[in-house]
Ligand binder design. Structure first.
Ligand code: IPE
Ligand code: IPE
Ligand code: MG
Length: 255
């Protein structure tokens, strides 16, 4: 069952930027595949990690904007289960980024009433990453503004196989029978069990694929792609995506 959101206590009046964007009809859950950091850096003759650093500043900008205009859930793909294939120094840098992000930005997240969460296989992350993220989750757990959901070591296939294992174990124990297995039961075994499904998926950098992100949850999301690399993405691109979303017709198989 989707959770019900109380009206955000400290919701600020949005500063209208995009003509025609209706701030009362925003997608409730926006998911973003933040891609293109490496190419952005390479184009400037810089190491890939410089792109990740710049990308972190964009995360701050977009979180702040999404929170200000009243988006309810923002899920950001920060590290996939396949990203471990990257060079060791890059993986180390990416594991350090949440620590740096939260060291500098947690007070502002608290001030903005943002609730931090994660999806993904958390237990295998380095201890310093787990510690910083755990602290942010703990200190923001009572906030009822934007839910900021980081996909960290996230892979949709891993998530679904785990869900199947959990259901199979219940069937083996006699707690469930196979005819009790429904779409809702399956959803309830995913990391996203208490979140509404994404309405809008944004991917930057020109790639048009899911890269193992929320395969189940995006079944009826609207997709929005841009050539812009993540470090160049800003509030105006975000609002353009929201605007285009509002001009789509979601039919869910109906007419
Ligand atoms: C996205 O940018 C960030 C992560 C995957 C962590 P990339 O690092 O994939 O940048 P490109 O796609 O190589 O340009
Ligand atoms: C997806 O981007 C993962 C994140 C943005 C964290 P990738 O850059 O890893 O995806 P591929 O390899 O281009 O499919
Ligand atoms: Mg990439």
């Amino acid at each position: 069952m989707p959770i019900k959101f109380p009206f955000t206590k400290n919701k600020k009046q949005p500063v209208p930027q995009t003509v025609g964007l209706d701030y009362n009809q925003l997608p409730e859950h926006v998911a973003i595949i933040m891609d293109g950091n490496g190419r952005w850096a390479k184009n400037r003759g810089m190491p890939r990690i410089a792109g990740h650093k710049e990308g972190m500043n964009v995360v701050k900008k977009i979180v702040s904007h999404a929170s200000g205009i009243g988006v309810k859930v923002l899920t950001l793909y920060a590290f996939s289960t396949e990203n471990w294939k990257r060079p060791k120094n890059e993986v180390e840098f990416l594991m350090k980024l949440p620590v740096d992000f939260l060291n500098t930005y947690l007070p502002e997240l608290i001030e903005k009433n943002v609730q931090v969460r994660t999806i993904g296989d958390f237990d295998v992350l380095p201890p310093h990453t787990q510690k910083a993220v755990d602290e942010a989750i703990e200190r923001t757990k009572h906030n009822d503004g934007l839910i900021l959901n980081f996909a960290l070591n996230y892979g949709s296939r891993f998530e679904m196989v785990n869900a199947v294992k959990q259901i199979a174990a219940k069937v083996e124990d006699g707690e469930l029978s196979s005819c009790d297995i429904t779409e809702d039961l399956f959803s309830s075994q995913l990391y996203t069990s208490d979140l509404i499904e994404p309405d809008l998926l944004i991917r930057t950098s020109g790639e048009q694929r899911l890269s193992n992100f929320l395969l189940w949850q995006l079944a009826y999301a609207e997709f929005w792609f841009t050539e812009v690399y993540w470090p160049d993405f800003d509030e105006s691109h975000f609002e353009k995506a929201l605007y285009d979303y509002q001009n789509r017709k979601r039919r869910y198989g109906g007419v």
